[in-house]
Design a protein around this ligand. Structure first.
Ligand code: TMP
Ligand code: ASP
Length: 267
C-alpha cells in the first residue's frame, strides 16, 4: 500500500488525497455499522460490491445530467472522485414506509407513502443525525435556499431514475440516502451528488417476495447480507472480476437462498 495522505476515515469509507489537486481517492471498506455505530461488524466483500454498484449508479446518473463527484473507478475498492465540500445534511428519499419513519409515525412497514417524501437529517454522529426541517437548514446556514432547491430537484430526479433502474432488476426501491457537496469555480459554487449509492444506504426489496437485499439484513440480524449485496450487483449486471485489482475474488457460489428471481432483462 502506498503512503498517501489520509484525509478522512468514515464508518464505511476512507478518503485519501488524490493524484491531482481537487481530487480524492474513495476507498470502500467491508466495515458495517448500524444505529449510529452502536452495532459494528463486517460484511465480507461489501466494499468491492459497493464500489462497483456506486460506479454503475453514478455513471448512469451522469448520463441523465446529474452532476456527481465520481470520476472513475481505480481498482476493486477505490474510485477517483472530485473533492467537494460536504454539505452536512443527509437527504433521505422515501417511497414506501420502512425504518425510522415507521417508528416515528407509527406506520406499518411496506405501506406505500401517499407520495415520495424528502427528509433531511443533520449529519452529526455525536447527535445521532437528528431529523431537521428546512427551516433549520436556513436558520443555521447549512445550505442556501438556492442550494436546497437544487438538492430537492436532484433528489427527486435521482429517485425517479433509480426506481426504474431497480425495477428493471426486479427490485423495489423503498428508500435511500443521498449526500451532496459543493464545488467551487472562482466565486461560484455548485452542488454535486457525493458519497455513494449502494445497498448500504438504500432499502431494496425483491419485487416478488419482498425479501430484503440491503443493509437491513445486517441491522436486523437477518443473515445472508453478503449474498444479498452480491445479488443486487448481479441483477444490475455489475458483477465481473476483470480488473486485476488487489486479488479479491467474489464468491459467486453464495447465491443459494437469494436467487429468487430471474436475472435482469436486457435493455
Ligand atoms: P432510516 O429509515 O433509518 O431513517 O433510513 C432511511 C434510509 O437511509 C435507509 O435506506 C438507510 C439510509 N440511511 C443511511 O444510509 N445512513 C444512515 O445513517 C441512516 C440512519 C439511514
Ligand atoms: N451506518 C449508520 C451508522 O452506523 C446507520 C445505518 O446505516 O443504519 O450510524
Amino acid at each position: 500500500m502506498s503512503r498517501r495522505r489520509q484525509i478522512y476515515e468514515g464508518k464505511a469509507k476512507i478518503l485519501y488525497e488524490g493524484p491531482e489537486p481537487g481530487t480524492l481517492i474513495q476507498y470502500f471498506k467491508d466495515d458495517a455499522t448500524a444505529f449510529n455505530a452502536e452495532k459494528k461488524g463486517t460484511i465480507n466483500g461489501k466494499g468491492v460490491i459497493n464500489n462497483r454498484v456506486s460506479e454503475y449508479v453514478f455513471t448512469r446518473l451522469a448520463h441523465i445530467g446529474i452532476p456527481t463527484h465520481f470520476i472513475r473507478r481505480l481498482n476493486m475498492r477505490e474510485q477517483l472522485v472530485r473533492q467537494a465540500e460536504i454539505i452536512p445534511i443527509e437527504v433521505v428519499v422515501r417511497n414506501v414506509a420502512a425504518g425510522s419513519i415507521c417508528k416515528r409515525l407509527g406506520l406499518e412497514e411496506g405501506e406505500p407513502l401517499p407520495h415520495t417524501l424528502l427528509e433531511y437529517y443533520y449529519k452529526d454522529d455525536a447527535l445521532g443525525d437528528p431529523l431537521i426541517a428546512e427551516e433549520h437548514i436556513a436558520c443555521f446556514g447549512w445550505a442556501s435556499n438556492e442550494e436546497m432547491q437544487d438538492i430537492a430537484a436532484m433528489a427527486i430526479r435521482v429517485n425517479d431514475f433509480l426506481c426504474g433502474m431497480f425495477a428493471n432488476a426486479n427490485i423495489r426501491l423503498i428508500d435511500f440516502k443521498l449526500e451532496f457537496g459543493r464545488i467551487y469555480d472562482g466565486d461560484f459554487s455548485r452542488v454535486i451528488l457525493a458519497d455513494e449509492i449502494s445497498p448500504d444506504g438504500c432499502r431494496l426489496w425483491d419485487m416478488d417476495t419482498n425479501e430484503k437485499l440491503d443493509k437491513d439484513r445486517f441491522r436486523r440480524d437477518l443473515g445472508g447480507e453478503e449474498e444479498a449485496y452480491q445479488e443486487v450487483a448481479r441483477r444490475l449486471g455489475v458483477l465481473q472480476n476483470d480488473d486485476g485489482g488487489p486479488g479479491e475474488v467474489l464468491d459467486l457460489s453464495a447465491h443459494r437462498k437469494l436467487r429468487a428471481s430471474p436475472p435482469p432483462k436486457k435493455k
